[in-house]
Design a protein around this ligand. Structure first.
Ligand code: LMR
Length: 334
């Protein structure tokens, strides 16, 4: 696969470098791993529509959903090498390229709702985090929402003890690893495109994800129970290859910036509803039982996961965690 990325990158380099921008249209490849009918899929389509409109066809955006081009880890390498120009990986996926700070978003119960999230992403901390990407050859353009995660397995997950010994698929985040370890479970990093099959064949017992991802990947068809925990958040950082971005004619970059701002506002206004709709579809399918926690059970889950904050403080940075909590003005225990 790496050879394929390199080959694609060298072709991309030929077409992207300098005066090649004179050619029309400029092709912007946007690769992602989820289905089109998800919050990220819809925001990407909106960006394409607006980008092509505002640049009057000077830019053609090609969106490749569903890991059609690259899986999680490969897509970040492909972006750095210039084989694709734009991605929107989740906050949990930047650790492997050496930016672990975005994993702060993975801390259990750190965000009570999307309104609180905005205080961080639209504020100085959000901007500071995006700046960290410059050193990795990418420019952070926006934060896109998915929503809150739920836990699924073939076993009813009600109390922390129910997780003990079960294998859970996780994204490549050490905070998520610590989270499942705090429950006595066994975390296993796996690309998103492989989760359905891993659940179906029993390679892993369970997973955590948003309603929209669970539904569009049909995970509910191979998991008997989904517990409505809302214990963590999945959101995305839209990144663009820095050389590509900086090399664009200034007017085109401005038009793309405008398209990105509007696509972000659109996507983030739709995400909650898309997750609600997916939940309704899962319920309608009758394939998975939706388990609700009592306030006492919810509190027990929060308590069990609180040690994660200490476990990962040295990785994510205690000052960053403190700054995050200061901006949200909330405690993860309520
Ligand atoms: C996951 O890997 O579970 C998610 O990050 C996929 C996505 O992009 O929403």
């Amino acid at each position: 696969m790496r050879r394929f990325i390199l080959a694609a990158a060298s072709i991309a380099a030929l077409t992207v470098a300098g005066p090649a921008f004179a050619q029309s249209p400029i092709i912007l490849k946007f690769s992602h791993v989820v289905a089109t009918n998800t919050p990220k899929g819809q925001a990407a389509e909106k960006f394409k529509e607006l980008a092509e409109k505002y640049t009057a066809g000077k830019v053609k955006v090609e969106v490749y959903p569903n890991s059609q081009l690259y899986k999680d880890k490969e897509e970040l390498e492909a972006l750095q090498l210039g084989a694709v120009q734009m991605l929107a990986p989740s906050n949990s996926k930047f650790g492997p390229i050496g930016v672990k700070e975005f994993e702060v978003f993975d801390l259990p119960y750190i965000l009570p709702d999307l309104k609180t999230l905005r205080k961080v992403t639209d504020g100085p901390l959000g901007a500071k985090l995006l700046k960290l990407l410059d050193a990795k050859g990418m420019t952070g353009l926006a934060y896109w929402d998915n929503g809150f995660k739920q836990m699924s397995a073939n076993k009813k997950l009600v109390a922390p003890a129910d997780y003990k010994g079960l294998k859970f698929r996780i994204q490549s985040s050490k905070v998520l690893e610590a989270q499942f370890r705090s429950l006595g479970a066994i975390p296993q990093v796996m690309a998103f495109s492989e989760v359905y099959q891993a659940l179906q064949t029993g390679v892993v017992d369970g997973q955590e994800n948003t309603w929209s991802n669970i539904y569009t990947q049909k995970m509910h068809e191979v998991q008997k129970y989904i517990t409505e925990t809302n214990h963590g958040y999945i959101g995305y950082v839209v990144v663009v290859n820095k050389k590509f971005w900086d090399g664009l004619p200034a007017d085109v970059r401005e038009q793309l910036d405008k398209a990105m701002k509007e696509a972000t506002a659109y996507g983030n206004s739709q995400s909650a509803k898309e997750n609600e709709d997916a939940l309704a579809e899962i319920k309608k399918s009758g394939k998975s039982e939706i388990v609700k926690l009592t306030p006492e059970q919810d509190e027990a889950m929060r308590k069990a996961m609180m040690p994660v904050y200490k476990d990962v403080a040295s990785r994510v940075g205690q000052p960053l965690i403190d700054e995050f909590l200061k901006e949200t003005g909330r405690s993860p225990m309520n």
